[in-house]
Structure formats: C-alpha cells, structure tokens
Design a protein around this ligand. Structure first.
Ligand code: PEP
Ligand code: MN
Length: 340
C-alpha cells in the first residue's frame, strides 16, 4: 500500500501519517518522486487494510493506493511513477545519460588494472569495475586477489577519478568492500542470498544487483525489495543473461527484461552483454541493442590482453574495441533521444 501525499501537504502532516503507520506496527518509507512524495507501507496485509480508510481521511493525504504486486518499494508506483536516480559518488545512474561501467573481469595485477582504468576512462566510461572476490564455477580456478585487489582499485580511482564497483559474496567480504569501493556488486549466483541482500540493505552503500541466471523478473524484483526493505534505496538492476536451451552463447541475454523492468520498477536498469553472450564479438551489437531498448547503462569487461586473462577471457573487449563500442553507442543513444 502506498500513501500519496497531496501537493500542498506540510511536514507535520507527513510525520502524522508516518506515526499512524508505526502505531499500527507497520513500517512507512518515504520516497520523494519528481512530482509527489509517497509513503510506502510495508507489513501485514490485514492491518494495512484496516488502516487504509483512516489514513485516507488524514489531512495532507491525496489518496491511498493498494499495490497488487508482491514487491512494493521497488514498484514504479512507489516512486510516484517516475524513475529513480542512484548516485555513485558524482555519477548518476538512471539520470537520463547512458552510464558505462567498464574494467577487467578480475583485478589480476596493479599494472593490468591501472592500464585498463586509464583506457576505459579515455574512451568515456564513467565507472570502473574489477573483481576482487571471484565467484568461479570451479574451486581450482583463479579466485581473485581479495583485499590486495581492493587496494589496487582504490589506486586506480585516485589515478582516474572513476568511482569503483566490485563484488562481495558474503558478509565478511561486504564489510571489506564497503570500506574501499563506491558500489557493491551482488552477483548472479547470489541474487537469492537473502542474508547477503539484507546485509547490503543495511550497509546503505549503492548496490548493483545482477539477475540470477535462472531467476524470473519477479524473483529478481523481490530480491531488490529485500535490499530496499532494509532502508537502502540505492539499488541498480543488471541483466546479465539467463540459462536457456541455447548453448551457442554462454547465456541468453534477455533484452525483453529492459522494457519489462521499465514498466514495473523505478530502479535504473543496466545490461551486461559480456556475461550475457560469453563472446566478445557479440558484445558491441548487444550493447547497442541494450541502449536502443532503453537501458540506463552497461557493464562491460575490458582487458588489455583478453587471451591471457585469468577469468572470462573470451568475453572481454580489448581497450581498442571498447573505444569503438563507445563511439557506436553515441550514435544509438542519439537516435533514441538519449545522451551517451
Ligand atoms: C562479473 O561481473 O564478473 C560476474 C561474475 O558476473 P555474474 O555474477 O553476472 O556472473
Ligand atoms: Mn566476468
């Protein structure tokens, strides 16, 4: 249920609404949309129903709307119908510009990370990615440089000014990642790790939540709801391919998800065409398609020498190919009324 406050409401009226919600043992979360302030009410449905008419009669309240979907705070209605913007330091994701997060799959060395950071910055990327803790299918594969990688990423941020994004797979890693990085990535394999989602919600840091390879859009939105329900509104979704019968590509990049999410949620939507395809040759065409479909940005893996990469070599772009991709994106963004 959401309470839509009228255009001329006062702060004490809003406080009175929150107090009424809390008195009933429910939780109220304020969301400031472009045109309206709304209060999301979460908790027991029966109690909400009993409270509905009483809140509707309170001064300053325009109306009270039931949300039929199982997710509430992430639903578009909760944000007054508009898009939300997530700030990662000085970079706005979802603010109308196409934002590109780029960098190596894994931080492998200081040289590799710094070289890539400078190259992606020169080509126009706004954020730097790099894995420190790697979720590998085999326990014998390279697992990441851990805290050393985080220190290298910080050095790369200092050298380029690019805010950094990196994955945490458990609570201990999350604590460490929050100290160094500007945005926490929750990877596909952990999309339904509900304790980690709650921890990320409580940490308050911006979160990029990747779609689980077998998750439906509704399950994904409910995972985002876990983070928001802990009071953290800074959530960005990232489509990264789902598992289908098709095995020519590593996964099947579900571009349907982009316009579907745009209808259902106010959260910004990114696309990762690298994991989605598993083949570097397909990355640029699918990146173009993602922007054309309405994505707010992209997550792209770039490596100075992809054939020597310690993880995901076949899907990483060289800095040269990344620069070409960025130029091509400009043209698509312009064609669909966006700015790259
Ligand atoms: C990654 O971004 O490097 C990664 C491991 O992605 P995913 O969780 O989507 O597989
Ligand atoms: Mn990767």
């Amino acid at each position: 249920m959401i309470v839509v406050m009228g255009p001329g409401h006062t702060r004490p009226q809003l406080d009175a609404v929150i107090a009424k919600i809390e008195e009933a043992g429910l939780r109220g979360q304020i969301s400031e949309g472009v045109e309206r302030i709304v209060v999301g009410v979460v908790g027991d449905s029966h109690t909400k129903e009993l409270l509905r008419e009483r809140i509707e009669a309170m001064p300053g309240v325009e109306n009270v709307v039931r949300i039929l979907q199982p997710y509430k705070l992430v639903s578009r209605e909760f944000h007054g119908g508009g898009d939300s913007t997530v700030w990662v330091r000085d970079v706005a994701i979802g603010g109308g510009r196409v934002v590109v997060i780029a960098g190596p799959c894994s931080v492998e060395s200081r040289e590799q990370a710094l070289q890539t950071a400078h190259a992606v910055k020169a080509a126009g990327a706004q954020l730097l990615r790099g894995g420190a803790f790697k979720p590998r299918t085999s326990p014998y594969s390279f697992q990441g440089l851990e805290e050393e990688a985080l220190r290298i990423l910080v050095e790369a941020r200092e050298a380029t000014g690019l805010p950094i994004v990196t994955e945490a797979m458990d609570a201990r890693q999350l604590e460490m990642v929050v100290k160094y990085a500007d945005m926490v990535q929750i990877g596909a394999r952990n999309m339904q790790n509900y304790t980690l989602l709650r921890d990320a919600g409580r940490a308050g840091h911006p979160v990029m939540l990747k779609r689980g390879p077998s998750a439906t859009i509704e399950e994904w939105l409910l995972a985002a709801e876990y983070i928001m329900a802990e009071g953290n509104p800074n959530v960005v979704l990232c489509e990264r391919g789902i598992r289908t019968f098709e095995n020519y590509t590593r996964f099947t990049l579900d571009l349907n998800a982009v316009p579907v999410l745009k209808r259902l949620t106010h959260l910004p939507v990114l696309v990762d065409p690298c994991h989605g395809t598993g083949k570097w040759e397909l990355v640029t065409p699918m990146a173009r398609a993602s922007v054309a479909a309405g994505a707010d940005g992209l997550l792209v893996e770039v490596h100075p020498e992809p054939d020597r990469a310690l993880s995901d070599g076949p899907q990483q772009l060289t800095p040269e190919n990344f620069a070409v991709m960025m130029q091509e994106l400009d043209a698509v963004a312009l064609a669909v009324g966006r700015r790259a």
